[in-house]
Write a protein that binds this ligand. Structure first.
Ligand code: NAD
Ligand code: UGA
Length: 465
């Protein structure tokens, strides 16, 4: 089979490369000529473990090609995946202009039956909308089907998630389209992946409901962590104790500075907007979004309350991406927390293992501000450093913002000597509190403001950190 993937970002490139690995012939299309030029040479424009090797192998074996010419992909493919962005508009709703533009371009180039699949996350009703757009723009009478096939991969583990998903969801109203999709996903049938075959509207909603539920789980544990801090409870043990109940499950109960990334924040807001348009109240998701905003705020406050006046103080930030194993900083907690710290007059020394673009960080901080754009002079207050130790030099506090593995075994004695004050804010709870306190750090974490006797117990028993 030959397929086309339109939009070669995080989702499109992984989809294209993984289908090519399954033996399918794939043409990946993007309108970004620079991106396509570098992809043709096997260089991928973002960081995703294992992806570059997969792309290079499949280019070499002749199953993966790249082009800016959508007509070429339409001509050669039976199935066309749309995987362009659906960014948030000012009111929180999903901007469908990229999707619609692609639908028109597919339509004008269609000369025979095609299956047009939305892989992008799109609001309920988009499938129907696309059917009308395609019908209107066809140059000749051609049959086609619309399918919804949402993607559930996570950045940082995208290949594993695509190749071994928990489920594949297919929304369609044609037997023929379902049969073609099943054929395409045959390698996953063989490993007994559950398939959910439903109508297009249900499939579209499954995606938003899933992301919103994950966001709710995170906000839930973050709120519980705030209570833990007040009452001397250990949030990790609360999460463990809850998660062992199979009806709750252990995943997505890790507290932190709030969820970020290009999807959970955007999709929760888009779902709220969708519900509003249909006059339905989604109070739980609304509360999850608000709790996330408060969580980010409370992290900045935690730092400020502990240090006191931030003006003139230097803060070392370890980790800028919204989670480890990606260079994506879209809606990352780091953006909001750094903005707050700068606003209070602090200087930043930042280090991230893969995210290195000072310009993009500055732009993201500027765009995130509610009217309080970052001034040119304060933008000079951010320095990018070559490693955690350089970041710590002369800083008054160190903040672990993202739980990259390499931050789990920092040389703590060395680090402490480099810091001018021993404030350590572990916003991902990767260290054992007692260990850091024993080394003389003023250690702060999330939901583990524990009594000394418990900490001693913690240390002697080791626990399962
Ligand atoms: P992205 O911004 O990384 O990539 C989108 C790509 O589409 C860009 O390369 C852009 O140049 C290209 N594009 C835009 N208009 C085009 C056009 N007319 N023709 C050809 N190419 C065009 O986006 P992403 O993170 O891959 O997300 C894509 C969609 O998948 C979104 O709806 C998102 O919600 C969803 N999604 C993302 C993830 C994720 O982990 N990033 C996971 C699941 C679902
Ligand atoms: C998320 C979903 O997990 C994917 O299933 C989905 O396909 C994707 O969104 C999407 O639609 O784009 P992703 O954003 O890549 O994937 O990353 P997650 O692992 O979900 O993490 C999101 C955020 O939540 C991160 O900031 C992470 O640090 C935070 N998080 C996650 C927590 O704070 N606690 C947790 O227990 C889990």
């Amino acid at each position: 089979m030959h397929i086309g993937v339109i939009g070669t970002g995080y989702v499109g490139l992984v989809t294209g490369a993984c289908f090519a690995e399954f033996g399918v012939f794939v043409t990946c299309v993007d309108k970004d000529t620079k991106k396509i030029k570098s992809l043709k040479q096997g260089k991928i424009p973002f960081y995703e473990p294992g992806l570059e090797e997969l792309v290079q192998r499949n280019i070499k074996e002749g199953r993966l090609t790249f082009t800016t010419d959508i007509a070429e992909a339409v001509r050669s493919s039976l199935v066309l995946f749309i995987s362009v962005g659906t960014p948030p508009r000012g009111d929180g709703s999903a901007d469908l202009s990229y999707i619609e533009e692609v639908a028109k371009e597919i339509a004008v180039n269609m000369k025979e039956y095609k299956v047009i699949v939305t892989k992008s996350t799109v609001p309920v009703g988009t499938g129907d909308r696309l059917r009308k757009i395609v019908s209107r723009h066809l140059n000749e009478k051609v049959d086609f089907d619309i399918v919804s096939n949402p993607e559930f991969l996570r950045e940082g583990s995208a290949i594993e998630d695509f190749m071994r998903p928990n489920r594949v969801v297919i929304g369609a109203d044609s037997q023929q389209a379902v049969a073609i999709m099943k054929d395409l996903y045959k390698p996953l049938y063989l490993i007994e992946t559950p398939f959910v075959i439903t109508n297009i509207e249900t499939s579209e909603l499954i995606k938003y409901a899933s992301n919103s539920f994950l966001a709710t789980k995170i906000s839930f544990i973050n709120e519980i962590s705030n209570l833990c801090d007040k009452v001397g409870a250990d949030v990790h043990m609360v999460a463990k104790g809850m998660g062992l109940d199979q009806r709750i499950g252990p995943k997505f109960l890790h507290p932190g500075p709030g969820y970020g990334g290009s999807c959970l924040p955007k999709d929760t807001k888009a779902l709220l907007k969708m519900a509003e348009e249909h006059n339905v109240e989604l109070g739980i998701i609304y509360a999850a979004v608000r709790a996330n905003e408060r969580q980010r705020e409370s992290m900045a406050k935690k730092i400020k309350d502990a240090i006191g006046r931030l003006k003139g103080k230097t803060i070392a930030i370890l980790g800028l991406s919204f989670k480890p194993n990606t260079d994506d900083i879209r809606d990352a907690p780091s953006i909001y927390i750094i903005r707050r710290l700068l606003k209070e007059g602090a200087k930043i020394r930042a280090y991230d293992p893969v995210f290195k673009s000072r310009e993009l960080l500055l732009n993201s901080i500027k765009l995130s501000g509610e009217g309080s754009a970052l001034s040119t002079s304060s933008s000079k207050l951010i320095k990018f450093c070559k490693d955690p130790y350089e970041a710590a030099e002369g800083a008054h506090a160190l903040v672990i913002m993202t739980e990259w593995n390499q931050f789990r075994n920092l040389e703590l004695e060395r680090l402490k000597k480099l810091l001018s004050e021993p404030f350590f804010f572990d916003l991902r709870n990767i260290y054992v509190p007692q260990k850091l306190k024993k080394l003389g750090y003023k250690y702060f974490c999330v939901g583990r403001n524990l009594s000394n006797s418990y900490l001693q117990y913690y240390e002697t028993k080791g626990f399962n950190e």
